[in-house]
Structure formats: C-alpha cells, structure tokens
Design a binder for this molecule. Structure first.
Ligand code: C2E
Ligand code: MG
Ligand code: MG
Ligand code: MG
Length: 285
C-alpha cells in the first residue's frame, strides 16, 4: 500500500515539476520575444535627500507588461533571465534605455541601476557597461550600480575586480537590501562600497518596533564612520521619513516620495519642479 502511495506521490510531483518547467519555458520565450520587440521598459523612482526632501537621483526598475501574460514582476523575470543565461542581453537593453532617459534630466541627478549576481561573475561586465555608456554619451560619474550582499558572495574575486575597474571610471557601487543577507559587516570590510541601502524590512518597522529603530541607528552611525552614504528604502509614510531624518539618515526612497514612473512621467515631474533644478535640454547636453 505504502509503496503504491509512494509511487503516486512521485507521479504527482513529477507532473508538477513538468508543469513548472513548461511555465518557465513559456515565460522565457515570451521574455526573449519582448527583448527583441523592445517592449521591456524601465521606470524610475526618486531618491531624495532627507534634510530637504530634494530629489538627488533615481533608481531604474525594469518593467514588463506582456500582452498575453500581463504584468510580470522583475523579481520573477530577472532571476529567470539569469538562470536561462540571457541576463546580459536584458540588462544591456535596460541600461541603454535608462541612460538615454537620464540624458534629459538635470545634470546633477544620478542614475542608480541594479546589477544581477550573474553579472558580477562575468569579467565582461565592466567593458559592456562602459561601452553602453559611451555609445549613449552618458557620464559614468552619474552612474551608481546596486548589488546585493548575496550576489557579491557568489563570486568574491571577480566581483572585487569588477568593482575596482568600475570605480576607476567614477561609477559608484551601492550595497542594496542591506541587513537581509549574510555576514553584512564582513562585506563592508572586504569590499569598497560608496553607499548602503537599508532594506525596506527595517524601515517599515521603524515606527512600531524599537529593535528596528536601533538597528537603523547603528547602521547610520557605522556608515558615518566608514564614510559611506546611506539610503533608507521603502519609506511609505511621513512618520517614517521624520524618524529617519531624526536618526541622521542621509537619503530616502519609497512610495511616500514617489512610486516608480516611466520616462515621460519622470521628465514631466522634473520639469514641474524646474525651479529646483537647472534643467538641461537634451540637444545641448
Ligand atoms: P530593489 O532593487 O531592492 O528595488 C526596490 C523595490 O522596492 C522595487 O520593486 C520598488 O518598486 C519597491 N519599492 C520602492 N518603494 C517602495 C515602498 O515604499 N513600498 C513598497 N512596498 N515597495 C517599494 P520592484 O520594482 O518590483 O523590483 C524588485 C526587485 O527586482 C528589485 O529590488 C531588484 O532586485 C530587481 N530588479 C528590478 N529591476 C531590475 C533591473 O533592471 N536589473 C536587475 N538586475 N534587477 C532588477
Ligand atoms: Mg535596487
Ligand atoms: Mg533594495
Ligand atoms: Mg530588493
């Protein structure tokens, strides 16, 4: 009996696995088509200086709204592109689009762009990145690349080399989702980062949970000592923004300041606040 049930379970599992693989392959094909059709888009979310709530830069976030599949989260399709070996193609498309859009913004604003773990294991990443910036005419000193601790751990030696090559060109490196990975403090000692982004998990608990508040306070103090800039992610309320400002956190990002929006909406937003920026027109930049 038990043997029969065992076999039955195996059949059920393998059917589920087969279905899952089929779904992933359909998604992969649709994503590859979307890249070719150039329908994977990039949106931008403002990052502000908490002292005066002024926008200092934007993070680029990938967006894919498929005609058949509907909205697919980058938390789904980015890992898929990594697994199936075409994250470089996807990322190059996104970086080109993001850099082109950024050319129309005031010069003092930076662009923050997410790198995936596979790209930190690929020695061609530096050259690929620089050649895209060069072809767009984008100043590398305006670019920041976000990476997660987990991604750095995957291939420390190559990542180390890529970081120092990129930093030679003035590109900054941000440690994303800080506090959620493993051996956070060790990462800070072994690698040279310019900025730390405190994960939303701590930020969303800051007004209700003393522990999160203490952790944020400690991160801010530590970053001051290490001469690192700090961004709090996922700020949704005025209370959170006020608390973080009081704790000395330099920058913030979240729905409270602005949700990710497409290039046109971002440009409209910037021109409505033109008194705060020295807007440059694209042709003259
Ligand atoms: P991330 O880099 O940590 O990006 C922040 C995520 O938090 C974004 O989710 C953003 O929309 C969301 N977010 C921002 N403010 C708030 C807030 O106040 N409340 C809440 N609940 N969420 C907020 P999104 O756009 O879904 O991206 C998810 C993840 O996918 C990103 O996390 C990043 O790891 C990855 N990703 C997105 N775009 C790219 C890309 O172009 N390349 C790579 N390699 N990864 C990307
Ligand atoms: Mg990020
Ligand atoms: Mg993050
Ligand atoms: Mg994240």
């Amino acid at each position: 009996r038990s043997k029969r049930r065992g076999r039955g379970q195996i059949t059920v599992y393998s059917r589920e696995i087969a279905q899952e693989m089929k779904r992933a392959t359909q998604l992969e094909q649709a994503l590859r088509n979307a890249i070719i059709a150039d329908t994977v888009d990039v949106h931008f979310q403002p990052i502000v200086r908490l002292a005066d709530n002024r926008v200092v830069g934007f993070e680029a976030l990938a967006r894919w709204n498929d005609v058949d599949l509907g909205f697919v989260s980058p938390a789904v399709f980015v890992p898929l592109a990594e697994e199936r070996g075409f994250i470089d193609t996807l990322s190059e498309t996104l970086l080109r689009k993001a850099a082109e859009a950024t050319l129309a913004w005031p010069r003092e604003l930076f662009l923050s762009f997410n790198l995936s773990s596979a790209q930190l294991m690929d020695p061609r990443t530096t050259l690929n990145t620089l050649s895209i910036l060069n072809s767009v005419g984008f100043d590398p000193r305006r670019l920041e690349l976000e990476i997660t601790e987990t991604a750095v751990m995957g291939c420390a030696d190559t990542a180390h080399r890529i970081f120092s090559e990129l930093r030679d060109f003035g590109i900054k490196i941000s440690l994303d989702d800080f506090g959620t990975g493993q051996s956070s403090l060790g990462r800070l000692r072994d690698f040279t980062f310019d900025k730390v982004k405190i994960d939303r998990a701590f930020v969303s608990a800051i007004t209700t949970d003393r522990t999160s508040e203490h952790i944020i306070k400690a991160i801010v103090t530590m970053c001051e000592g290490l001469d690192l800039e700090v961004v709090a992610e996922g700020i949704e309320t005025v209370a959170e923004a006020d608390r973080l400002r009081a704790l000395g956190c330099g920058m913030g990002q979240g729905y409270f300041f602005g949700k990710p929006a497409d290039a046109a909406a971002t440009l409209r937003y910037l021109s409505e606040h033109h008194h705060e920026f020295a807007l440059v027109d694209r042709a003259s930049s």
